[in-house]
Design a binder for this molecule. Structure first.
Ligand SMILES: [Zn+2]
Length: 416
């Protein structure tokens, strides 16, 4: 069985130019004695926006691995795939994030729900979980309610899983199930029901991405109740360990934190929780690297800075249209977006400081950052003009990419 190691970080590389710069951060961390596995992820949606093929993710990852002499594991994640779009990912991916959020809340058949409840008497009554102080008290109607909400999604996951396993061989794939792109978070007691159902589907689940409480906005810090998050995260870890012991899920099953970049206030909690329990963790990031490209181009000045300014000006004129698909994962205060005429006066380093995520930096502007986060389509539209600038400015751009992952993400998550 292909096993995902204890700690892994998903890295997105929208334009397939930063794999080396990303991998360098993993090498630096390994030098500090912490082994974390890189997983290059790109969703069907991103491929569609950019006009790229899944094979390009594998090729870029492999080139970086060879170029830098990386001898440890690495993976390619077909991110947020569904049955209707997974096929072109199968030959070039070994990690599959099976997205079933759309089926949450759609009713499963009453007889399937009944059969599930009958199969799982242990879920009813007082459920003691090691690591959670107060045991859950669950009635049969609670289990029926939760099963009715999630069983169809879990059955969908089973169909997609078996489809991939048939093509690829069950031993040659890492399966993640994601439920993060939905309205309501899943509570720990719901997660237990979901994991029991996923085990019934015989999915060899290595990671699960629940929706946590609070806002996981793109490219900025967590917004929500930190105390509540910490409790929920710890409870979810306990639930996952319980589900492994009770339902025979793979022993390396871990939580996957999606939209995980830039959540600086959560990293100390995640680090503590993993240290205390011995649990692993997958942190998925993606768009934070595209922002570092833009920061690098701004820093570089000249044509790079001009294009960065052009992208901002265009984005500002098309805020509604660019933000609409991301309404649930961005919070932009439009009154805090500077006019294009003002931005056009800025030096490269000034523009870079506005975008770069250093909380407390007097020039950092999280509204500009979020707007540019969802504006990567504009760089795709610029085509080779954009990617040629990435090549010409490889060094300064790569430096931003590596530092962002290593200094602001990895250090906080693994070194403290
Ligand atoms: Zn996700």
């Amino acid at each position: 069985m292909l096993v995902l190691d204890k700690f892994s970080i998903g890295i997105g590389d929208r334009f397939a130019h930063q794999a080396k710069a990303q991998l360098r951060a993993f090498q630096m961390l390994a030098k500090e004695g912490v082994d974390v596995v890189p997983v290059w992820n790109k969703s069907n949606r991103e491929h569609t926006f950019i006009g790229s093929e899944p094979q390009s993710v594998f090729d870029a990852g492999q080139a970086a691995v060879k170029g830098l002499g990386w001898r440890k594991s690495w993976h390619v994640d077909a991110d947020h795939i569904r049955l209707d779009n997974v096929d072109r990912f199968i030959p070039c991916s070994d990690f599959f994030t099976i997205d079933v959020a759309d089926s949450i809340g759609k009713p499963a058949s009453a007889s399937d729900v009944q059969a599930f409840v009958a199969r799982h008497p242990e879920l009813v009554g007082t459920v003691e979980i090691i690591g959670i102080n107060e045991p859950f008290t669950t009635t049969q109607s609670d289990v029926v309610r939760v099963a009715s909400k999630y069983l169809l999604a879990v059955q969908d996951a089973g169909v997609i899983y078996r489809h991939i396993a048939k093509a690829k061989g069950e031993g040659n794939m890492i399966a993640e199930v994601s439920m993060d792109e939905t309205d309501a978070p899943q509570t720990p007691s719901e997660l237990l029901v979901i994991l029991a159902a996923l085990a019934d589907e015989k999915i060899r689940l290595q990671t699960i991405a629940p929706k946590f409480t609070g806002r996981f906005n793109k490219g900025v810090d967590y917004m929500g109740d930190l105390v509540l998050f910490e409790k929920e995260f710890n409870d979810d870890l306990a639930i996952a360990a319980h589900a492994v012991a009770t339902y025979g899920l793979p022993t390396n099953l871990k939580l996957s934190v999606h939209s995980g970049s830039d959540k600086f206030s959560l990293y100390p909690m995640i680090r503590r929780a993993c240290a205390r329990t011995g649990a692993g963790m997958h942190l998925k990031t993606a768009g934070t690297t595209w922002l570092e490209e833009l920061i690098g181009l701004a820093e570089a000045g000249g044509d790079g800075l001009s294009l960065a300014k052009e992208i901002y000006a265009y984005a500002l004129e098309h805020v509604e249209e660019l933000c609409a698909p991301y309404a649930s994962v961005i919070d932009i205060d439009r009154t805090k977006l500077p006019a294009a005429s003002q931005v056009n006066q800025w030096s490269g380093p000034r523009f870079a400081s506005v975008m770069r995520h250093i909380p407390g930096h007097p020039e950092f502007n999280l509204n500009v950052r979020q707007l540019l986060h969802v504006s990567f389509k504009l760089a795709a539209k610029a085509g080779s003009r954009y990617t040629d600038l990435l090549k010409v400015n490889e060094e300064i751009v790569g430096k931003q990419v590596t530092e962002n992952i290593y200094d602001r993400h990895m250090r906080a998550l693994f070194l403290g």
